[in-house]
Design a protein around this ligand. Structure first.
Ligand SMILES: [Zn+2]
Ligand SMILES: [Zn+2]
Length: 353
């Protein structure tokens, strides 16, 4: 089978591999779609960097791609839920399965660091014809959704959804998201689906603002910069956002989310990396803010999200700007690294299924 590795020099290389055989509790999944994530670019593609602090795990030279969905083609002994022909979304981290965080489905926060492995980082991932996965990291891909929808739910939409759930965003809220990369776009789509009264996006890149505006679920898309907070207040009757989320992963973006927030607002920090620096009294205390920090999601929330997007009639694939064939992975990564477009997804032949 074909598989893609990322040597860390801003290239993506296609190689040939044996098709793995599923062991106990494992499934062999034929790749339907496999997303390219901001974290792939920052921590693997441009250079290999550790993701979780100085001594954290780094990329091990495995087949890349931690956002897969596909069809089960073989099930190992002991599999109890999925079998041949089932369509699945793969939660992107395998934890020990027994620590408290794993039992709550937050494999991402597994406390047994020696047993924690992310697909596409420490074990083979989704940029391949087939991927070997643990059954317990899979959730059903509803028949109404495409594999591309599934790949998006596997990471970015799950992350956005969890960040929104923490704030309990709903019909009385003016929602504002800073940073309109794929996770920010997902947050906008899902906040609208969750009933937010208004949905505003703030973004630096003109191309990304244009793409976000074309999607139809943002009421307002505002350029990032010193006047962004005033602009958010203007479109929210002078109050500011009652729920603000940072998906930019930049210090300036987080400051913008805090500045755009109304009194008593809930803030969700989702974007990775960098710092949060703020004056405390006027910026936080006097505004009575609540700040949530949210990392990825649980496998249970991901399963519910897949069912919810069907019920809400929204389709994650709407934020995809480009689909590439596996053999064109290098081109796909080059475009993703340019940072000017929506989500980029790889499928076996470059078609959406
Ligand atoms: Zn991801
Ligand atoms: Zn664990």
């Amino acid at each position: 089978m074909r598989g893609v590795v990322l040597p860390g020099d801003s290239t993506a290389r296609l190689g040939e591999y044996d098709i793995p055989t599923p062991g106990h509790g494992q499934l062999l999944v034929e790749m339907g779609a496999s997303g390219i994530c901001g974290s792939d670019l920052s921590y693997i593609y441009r250079e290999h960097k550790t993701h979780l602090g100085q001594d954290g795990p780094a990329y091990k030279g495995v087949i890349a791609g931690h956002e897969p969905s596909g069809t089960v083609v073989a099930a190992g002994r002991g599999c109890r839920r999925f079998g041949e022909g089932d369509r699945v979304i793969v939660y992107h981290i395998v934890g020990c399965g027994l620590c408290l965080n794993c039992r709550a489905g937050h494999y991402v926060s597994c406390s047994r660091t020696d047993q924690r492995e992310a697909y596409g980082w420490q074990r083979d991932g989704g940029h391949a014809d087939y991927i070997l996965v643990e059954e317990r990291t899979c959730v059903p891909l509803p028949e109404e959704l495409t594999f591309v929808d599934g790949a998006l739910i596997a990471c970015g939409f799950g992350t956005a959804y969890e960040g929104l759930l923490r704030t309990a965003v709903g019909g009385t809220d003016d929602f504002c998201v800073v940073g309109l990369g794929p996770v920010g776009l997902a947050a906008g789509m899902l906040a609208r689906a969750l009933g937010a009264k208004t949905v505003t996006g703030v973004e630096l890149s003109e191309e990304r603002r244009a793409f976000a505006s074309s999607l139809g679920f943002f009421d307002h898309v505002i350029p990032a910069g010193s006047e962004a907070a005033d602009a958010v207040r203007e479109v929210t009757g002078g109050r500011g956002a009652s729920v603000a989320m940072d998906c930019s992963g930049s210090g300036a973006g987080r400051s913008a989310a805090l500045a755009a927030a109304a009194e008593w607002a809930r803030i969700s920090l989702v974007g990775e990396g960098g710092r949060l620096e703020t004056e405390v009294s006027d910026a936080l205390l006097h505004k009575q803010l609540t700040i949530y920090a949210s990392w990825v999601t649980s496998v249970q929330a991901m399963e519910r999200l897949a069912a919810n997007v069907v019920a809400w009639g929204v389709r994650p694939r709407d934020i995809v700007s480009n689909v590439f064939a596996l053999r064109a992975a290098d081109e796909a990564y080059r475009l993703a690294a340019s940072g000017q477009v929506g989500k980029i997804v790889i499928t076996a032949d470059g078609r959406q299924r």
